[in-house]
Write a protein that binds this ligand. Structure first.
Ligand SMILES: [Zn+2]
Ligand SMILES: [Zn+2]
Length: 168
């Protein structure tokens, strides 16, 4: 576990820990699930994706379109001629740009001595890209915050930083 020597969790920026990665990867939004139900998400892409860039995920709860997330939708609407968060100009800058991900990684590493330095390159970039996305859309990552990672976001990040022989 990361050492938190008596620091208030929200006093400074990187209050994340490795458990949060799991939260991000799980991409569950209970509220969202209640609202939309699991239904036929695993078989009918067209019934939940309206951005055209999502793909069916392993579980129904992961099948969420960027346009179903209110915060993400706000971001989409803030850009011109943008129909999916992954084509928003901020997305590539924040989540796909290696320079920006390197900086984020360094910050993360600096605060969490337990961060695995043995991460393979792409796994590292995916890890940080997911976090950066949440931070971009939601401001900051807090343990209590429920995270949504739309399918198109996960799909795009995976495509950009594909798992290779690493088993991550
Ligand atoms: Zn979609
Ligand atoms: Zn999308």
């Amino acid at each position: 576990m990361a050492s938190r020597v008596g620091i208030e969790p929200y006093m400074f920026e990187p209050e994340y820990n490795e458990e949060e990665l799991q939260i991000v990867q799980i991409m569950v939004e209970e509220e969202h699930r209640r609202e939309h139900g699991d239904g036929s998400r695993l078989t009918e892409l067209s019934c939940w994706c309206s951005c055209s860039n999502c793909s069916i995920q392993e579980t129904a709860k992961e099948c969420i379109c960027c346009k179903e997330c209110s915060k993400t939708l706000e971001m989409i609407c803030s850009a011109k001629e943008c129909d999916c968060i992954t084509v928003h100009p901020g997305f590539s800058a924040v989540c796909l740009n290696k320079w920006s991900l390197d900086v984020a990684w360094n910050t993360y590493k600096q605060f969490y001595s337990t961060v695995q330095s043995s991460f393979m390159e792409n796994a590292k970039y995916r890890h940080i890209a997911y976090r950066q996305y949440v931070r971009w859309i939601h401001g900051r990552i807090g343990r209590e915050n429920r995270m949504i990672l739309p399918s198109c976001v996960v799909t795009t990040i995976r495509k950009y930083f594909p798992p290779t022989t690493e088993n991550v």
